[in-house]
Design a protein around this ligand. Structure first.
Ligand code: NAD
Length: 293
């Protein structure tokens, strides 16, 4: 049974209003920046070897959390030294864990490893994702299937073990999902949509799943939010586009540039931490304004 929701249970009691301090800044020891701290928290990041994932892992480690960085076994040569570097730099526990997020048996095993390594999970960045070549109007079934399996089913599987661990350990937490600009529009480049058909559908599904969980898990003190990055210079475009393509891609972006991995990490730190304690079920566009058109 869910823990009692104070709003529903105490409405006739005048003490209900005690939970709304008007000026917390007046308390001598109060520091609003403490709300961004993750000191003592435990978290995991999927797609942890990638640009967004490893920068969020670094941000969470700097903020004081022990972190499991989760990715495919083929990333071992990246993940092992990354875990060691983060751990040494920030003085927290950082462990590499290997899992294909689309494989239920592997995600079930990940749940056991997370509890063994970290004790529990307070924050989870549900971020592993792929954009499979050939993802356009005529995409083959295999492209559609692979995209949905990894992006959407993978998000469901990994978010589910996260929220189950939180509930089994009787504490709240925060889930942050990586949706995308492509969940909201068709990525107009050079006169037409770019190939993100199944990708966009999977990311829109992630966004709505995050919203559903926000409603369902609020009684347990678990928040659930999504970010929708626009074009982020995460490493995936490196060496793959020429300067002219950069200018073409950023033409519809009001800020006329890509975002950086750190500009994603700050948004995810906000949503993971108590700085966003009244934010749930939302989507934060981190896209240089692309979505306003
Ligand atoms: P990236 O390729 O650097 O990182 C993605 C990571 O996910 C990789 O390390 C990869 O090994 C891992 N991964 C892939 N399939 C997996 C699986 N089945 N199981 C476990 N891990 C798997 O890319 P990135 O730019 O850091 O992207 C991270 C997330 O952000 C993705 O979900 C992506 O769709 C999303 N996104 C990126 C951008 C962008 O412009 N970079 C924009 C919007 C959304």
């Amino acid at each position: 049974t869910p823990p009692p929701n104070r709003m529903e249970n105490n409405m006739t009691d005048a003490s209900v209003f005690d939970q709304y301090p008007l000026d917390q800044w007046k308390e001598p020891s109060h520091r609003i920046m403490d709300r961004f701290s993750l000191a003592g928290r435990k978290g995991f990041v999927t797609g942890g070897a990638g640009g967004l994932g490893r920068n969020v892992a670094a941000a969470w480690a700097e903020a004081g959390a022990d972190v499991a960085i989760v990715d495919l076994p083929r990333t071992k040569e990246t993940l092992e030294p990354l875990a060691q570097e983060l751990s040494e730099r920030y003085g927290v526990k950082v462990v590499p864990l290997y899992c294909d997020v689309s494989d239920k048996a592997q995600v079930d095993a990940l749940k056991t490893s997370l509890v063994d390594e970290l004790g529990t999970v307070d924050v989870a960045f549900i971020n592993a994702g792929v954009n499979v070549p050939g993802d356009d109007a005529d995409e083959p079934y295999e492209v559609w299937r692979k995209t949905i399996d990894i992006n959407l089913t993978g998000a469901y599987l990994t978010a589910q073990i996260a929220q189950h661990i939180m509930r089994e350990h009787n504490h709240g937490g925060s889930l942050v999902f990586t949706s995308s600009l492509s969940a909201h529009n068709a990525n107009f480049i050079a006169g037409g949509p770019s190939p993100v058909a199944a990708y966009g559908a999977s990311k829109a599904g992630i966004y709505e799943y995050a919203r559903y969980l926000a409603a369902a898990l609020a009684p347990y003190g678990i928040r659930s939010n999504a970010i929708s990055p626009g074009y982020v210079w995460s490493g995936i475009f490196e060496g793959r586009i020429v300067p002219e393509a950069h200018d073409m891609m950023t033409a519809p972006v009001p800020m006329r540039r890509f975002g950086t991995n750190e500009e994603i990490a700050t948004a995810v730190l906000f949503l993971a931490s108590d700085a966003s304690s009244y934010v749930t079920g939302t989507n934060l566009q981190v896209d240089g304004g692309y979505s306003v058109y």
